[in-house]
Ligand binder design. Structure first.
Ligand code: FAQ
Length: 316
């Protein structure tokens, strides 16, 4: 008979040998809890993340831009669904997950509590927000929990398209009129620091990193990924002839230095006091309530199908 200690050893050994943990495998409660927390936060972020861009669907500058933006937003909904499904394999229901979001118990990414004020913001969201998301999510394609890792492979492919469409919006503006160039720079300035905060608090304030690295849920720390993102974005911005605020090359480290981030502000946004937290949550709750009839109809249809199949089996 396996004792808990043995089970823990087998579990850690699988992780150390890069064998994926699957839903029916034994896992420590804390691993399960951490995954539910992270995957659900991630799923909520994808769904809430549709809102700032959804606000621009009726105001795109051309039909081509509208089609691309619509496709991107629909992709984000799909990402939310893959991730909710991955979380459900850990023994929590979709209703519980959504309830935690709607009651404010569950977190979602701080970035989606900022307003999208100009068309250039659709570019900045794609380039900087999806860019930061990809930097973090590439490592998650190799995360130790099978259903999460597999969902991330597909998500990353789609996020790459989002990243490029955002950069292309900014590239067009950066080659436009003086007013368009100004709009482009002003948007980059507003999104830059919030995008850097997406990677989470500095390593010394990150309560989960140590265990998540041991379990290979995370494979790099918040600060490592943040620095890599800065180094990549600092090169990309040159193609736009724009600048990143407070970013300077450091010859001695071989990296770009970036200005101090206001972590008190970050925690305040995470706690619900950002510029758009209330608006975002209200919009999600309203969408959920308005969709009740669809869920009821789908369930009734499934029930009817089941009864029909059962009666066919009986008469056969
Ligand atoms: N916002 O100990 P750590 C996207 C919380 S998807 C809010 O370092 P961890 C696609 C954290 O939960 C963007 N809260 O935490 C898209 C923890 O709280 P707790 C989302 C944050 O988990 C693009 C506490 O702080 N991506 O953008 C944030 O080890 C465009 C301590 O932090 C993911 O969710 C934050 N930024 O590392 C969609 C990726 N950062 O629960 C639409 C998956 C930290 O202990 C449009 N998640 N917190 O009370 C992860 O990789 C990790 O969860 C981190 C945080 C790296 C975000």
């Amino acid at each position: 008979m396996d004792t808990t200690k043995n089970l823990e050893e087998i579990f850690q050994s699988k992780i150390d040998h890069e064998i994926k943990i699957e839903p029916k495998d034994w896992m420590p409660d804390a691993y399960r809890k951490t995954l539910i927390r992270q995957i659900s936060q991630h799923a909520h972020s994808e769904i809430v993340g549709m809102l700032p861009e959804g606000n621009w669907i009726t105001r795109t500058p051309s039909l081509r831009r509208k089609v691309a933006l619509l496709a991107k937003i629909q992709d984000e909904a799909g990402h939310g669904l893959y991730l909710y499904s991955a979380a459900e394999t850990l023994g929590i229901t979709r209703d519980q997950l959504l309830d935690e979001l709607h009651t404010g118990k569950a977190k979602y990414s701080s970035i989606f509590n900022y307003p999208a004020l100009t068309w250039a913001d659709m570019g900045s969201v794609g380039w900087l927000v999806d860019g930061a998301a990809i930097m973090n999510q590439v490592m998650l394609c190799r995360t130790s929990y099978g259903p999460y890792a597999r969902a991330m492979v597909r998500i990353c492919k789609e996020e790459s398209f989002h990243h490029r469409q955002g950069f292309e919006i900014l590239l067009t503006l950066s080659q436009g009129t003086e007013a368009q160039k100004k709009m482009c720079q002003e948007s980059i300035n507003r999104w830059w620091k919030p995008a850097l905060m997406m990677f989470g608090p500095p390593d010394e304030q990150s309560s989960n990193t140590e265990m998540s690295m041991k379990w290979k849920i995370k494979r790099e720390t918040n600060d490592e990924l943040r620095q890599r993102f800065v180094d990549v974005a600092a090169e990309q911005v040159k193609f736009l002839n724009m600048t990143l605020p407070d970013v300077v090359w450091n010859e001695s480290t071989g990296h770009y230095d970036f200005g101090a981030l206001d972590w008190d502000h970050f925690w305040n946004v995470v706690k619900g006091n950002g510029p758009c937290n209330k608006q975002r949550l209200d919009a999600r709750i309203k969408a959920h309530e308005n969709g009740a009839w669809v869920r009821e109809a789908a369930l009734a249809f499934a029930e009817k199908q089941k009864i029909r199949q059962q009666s066919q089996v009986k008469t056969a």
